[in-house]
Design a protein around this ligand. Structure first.
Ligand code: ADP
Ligand code: ZN
Ligand code: ZN
Length: 745
């Protein structure tokens, strides 16, 4: 008997091992085994298939040992892994690595998952009262402690108490407890406690839906009669989340599981509270800030007889072992953080979730106030159902959005700070009324650049082809590509003058300026730098929610679906920077970001005000944002995409070639392009040198494939594989780094 297994290595192929006789009746697909691979190395592999076909011409090794008695991965999951591997051109081994928590596939096979245990104290039932009295003798303190433990147990109506609790009883040295243990009047025992918090109790029923929400819910269910996927396009604060809650309830009643996907950890904080209030401990939370052992426990619970009914998580939660998934919710479906960029598999969690639902015969809801062009197009073509909500909950008005021309204000000497006068005025009035303010700037750090005002020298990263960002905290220069830190030189290394000046504006500087402008307000900042700690998100979000902070400054991290009820003013600083970068999606992104940011304001009865600071407010995208006209914006963008042949009218695959020697990156990319062009002809663009053409010492070249929708994905992938192997057969390019990015964002 033989088993084909997946190894946790960047390999496309399955590897075949012989099944030892004593293992043959215990083995099955989805079980983990330990296998030898390479020289003297052992790995945790997953069994993909079992058969009797002896491989030819190779010496077959034996499986070393079997880890599981039951499958940890089911058929649907394996099917999903294969689809991801195929579509995103990622080795199956990489998909396996991304899917399973690392403590479930130890490379060092000694560090297994260690369950968390706690020591408890119990009264030894084998000793009667007379024996105990004799054993205690004149040990007064021991008698007292024993009485106290007995009292504690009777109060709690329990049989045991944790050792920690007993140690915390005041007035006893550790020797007193040890004495009782030595005399065997007390026993200790170790109990696996588990790390997952359970016992969270639901505190409320779902809110009754208003008439618009109710209609949307009915419409969604109608869509599901004919279609697997529905897009819920509802303006910000229309109450989409409450509709999801009702939908979840409906699928729970049918006995099915629900996966609720969010694009960012920052969002899980608020939503966890909201969902737990209704569903209590039926929900499992799964994201990267949860430690490895907790992830393993959640995985194991999903395999148990009593799995979580609802999983709330970021993209990796779609890999969990669901048994009867009924519904997938992809909240804020337009968010680009659903796409994994690094490492492989470079999958889009929204699209992978739709496939997961397809394999599980489940339904999918995509929700957004600003749907991605792709999803809206799919809805218009009838591939997805479409449900629309145009009213904010409770009849709250959409925010008033005002454009302020900073170039003009500067010329008229009206700009006395980083904020335009109108924004300062609105902030002051909000603060007077005890209302809150959010300010966006999509660059972190103090200043995106430093320049010598004598000779125009600017510091650059030695490992990457980019200029460095100045961070005032720590007085250092940081590369935002490789995270290298450099000391800020005291003088210009080129002309030796002390004229180094910060250029441009980052969140750190904005926070400083705003603190000066509004000395009476508490200002906080939310960006990648301020949220590194384990509970940093919670702290910032809770402080703002509970009004300990009046002004929150941050990057786009702040625009994503957070629901604060007291924000009246939103300011978007340097809005042009959201649009002015060379990507066919830049305006779509800008529109989404500004609309979403605006949507954070005025969620509670009073109309919000949004001020957009732009040096070039004539760009058409601004008029769509101010008039809140998604439809018109969509039509305009779609016609551009059609004209220039971009998605959704074609599919893109980006090929990235990297090497430490620029010459080799150049030569390898030219040769690969040549190989591909033979079959793909004018569908291939490049190779090009990207704008940032060196990162972490690697020189980069890119090839872009523009593939018509009708072209068979299988055929394209065959062509790519063949071209790559031809390239690799050239000894010069055997170890060139090469990866693919399907549907790149
Ligand atoms: P969206 O997800 O569309 O942005 P939310 O679901 O967050 O909107 O709703 C906005 C606000 O309105 C939230 O504070 C929410 O609690 C409240 N809300 C929405 N629907 C209802 C309802 N049916 N009953 C009571 N409150 C609701
Ligand atoms: Zn760098
Ligand atoms: Zn200089």
């Amino acid at each position: 008997m033989y088993a084909d297994v997946i190894l946790p290595l960047p390999l496309h192929d399955l590897f075949t091992y012989a099944v030892p006789a004593e293992m043959q009746d215990k083995i099955g697909t989805g079980l983990r085994v330990v296998v030898p691979f390479g020289r003297k190395k052992y790995y945790t592999a997953i069994i993909k298939a079992i058969h009797n076909n002896a491989p030819e011409h190779i010496e077959v090794k034996e499986i070393h040992s079997l880890i599981d008695s039951h499958a940890v991965v089911n058929e649907q999951q394996l099917t999903l892994w294969e689809w991801i591997s195929f579509y995103y051109l990622s080795p199956l081994g990489d998909v396996y690595k991304a899917a399973l928590p690392s403590s479930m596939k130890p490379e060092d096979l000694l560090t297994r998952f260690t369950p968390k245990t706690e020591t408890f104290i119990q009264i030894n039932p084998g000793q009667d009262a007379a024996t105990v009295a004799k054993l205690l003798g004149r040990a007064k303190k021991q008698q007292l402690l024993l009485d106290e433990i007995n009292y504690y147990l009777s109060e709690k109506n329990g049989e045991r108490v944790s050792k920690k609790t007993v140690s915390d009883f005041p007035g006893y040295s550790p020797s007193v407890l040890n004495g009782l243990l030595q005399k065997e009047i007390l026993h200790t025992l170790s109990i696996e406690t588990g790390r997952i918090t359970s016992g969270i109790i639901a505190t409320r029923e779902p809110y009754p839906l208003n008439e618009h929400q109710q209609k949307a819910l009915i419409d969604l269910n109608d869509c599901f009669k004919e279609k697997q996927t529905a897009l819920l396009h509802g303006v910000t604060s229309s109450g989409k989340t409450e509709i999801y809650i009702h939908l979840i309830l409906q699928f729970l009643k049918a006995g099915e599981q629900i996966l609720y996907l969010l694009p960012e950890i920052a969002l899980t904080t608020q939503l966890t509270q909201r969902l737990q209030a209704v569903f209590g401990d039926k929900i499992g939370i799964y994201h990267s800030r949860i430690n490895e052992n907790e992830r393993t426990e959640i995985w194991q619970k999903m395999l148990s007889e009593d799995p979580y009914r609802i999983i709330l998580g970021v993209r990796s939660s779609l890999f969990l072992p669901f048994r009867n998934l009924g519904l997938v919710i992809v909240d804020e479906e337009h968010e680009t953080s659903y796409k994994q960029q690094e490492p492989a598999p470079r999958y889009h969690a929204r699209d992978a979730a739709i496939m997961l639902a397809h394999f599980s015969k489940a339904k999918t809801v995509l929700g957004s106030a600003t749907p991605s062009l792709e999803s809206y197009y799919n809805a218009q073509c009838g591939k997805y159902g479409l449900v629309t909500l145009t009213e904010r909950f409770n009849g709250v008005m959409m925010p008033h959005i005002q454009l302020e021309n900073t170039r003009d204000l500067r010329r008229r000497k009206k700009m006395k700070s980083l904020l335009v006068p109108a924004l300062i005025e609105e902030i002051n009035s909000a603060l007077e009324n005890e209302e809150q303010v959010i300010l966006f700037r999509n660059r972190r750090g103090f200043a995106p650049m430093i320049e010598c005002s004598e000779c125009a020298w600017t510091p650059r990263c030695s490992r990457c082809d980019v200029s460095l960002t100045y961070h005032k905290k720590g007085n250092e220069l940081v590369c935002h590509y490789c995270n290298s830190h450099y000391r800020l030189p005291a003088a210009c290394p080129s002309c030796h003058e002390k004229h180094l000046k910060p250029l441009g504006l980052g969140t750190e500087q904005l926070e400083e300026e705003v603190s000066h402008l509004f000395p009476g307000a508490v200002v906080a900042r939310m960006d990648m730098d301020s949220t590194r700690g384990k509970d940093a998100y919670e702290t910032i979000i809770n402080d703002f929610q509970e009004k300990r902070v009046q002004i929150l400054v941050g990057t786009q991290m702040l625009s994503k679906g957070l629901d604060f009820d007291n924000v009246r003013v939103v300011g978007i600083i340097s809005a042009d920077s959201l649009l002015n970068y060379p990507d066919f999606r830049s305006h779509e992104r800008g529109f989404q970001l500004m609309t979403q940011a605006a949507g954070r304001s005025g969620r509670n009865n009073k109309q919000g005000i949004v001020i957009i600071q732009s040096a070039d407010p004539t760009q058409p995208v601004y008029s769509y944002v101010t008039s809140n006209d998604y439809e018109a914006f969509f039509r305009m963008q779609l016609s551009e995409r059609k004209q220039f042949n971009y998605p959704p009218f074609c599919r893109l695959i980006r090929i990235v070639i990297k090497h430490k020697e620029e010459r080799k990156a150049e030569a390898a990319s030219s040769l690969l392009a040549e190989n591909l062009r033979e079959s793909l002809h004018e569908r291939l663009l490049g190779p090009n040198k990207p704008i940032v053409s060196r990162i972490q010492l690697y020189h980069i070249r890119e090839i872009l494939l523009k593939l018509e929708i009708g072209l068979s994905p299988q055929k394209v992938r065959d062509i790519i594989r063949k071209a790559e192997s031809t390239l690799r057969s050239n000894a010069d390019f055997k170890y060139v780094t090469l990866f693919y990015d399907a549907d790149p964002l």
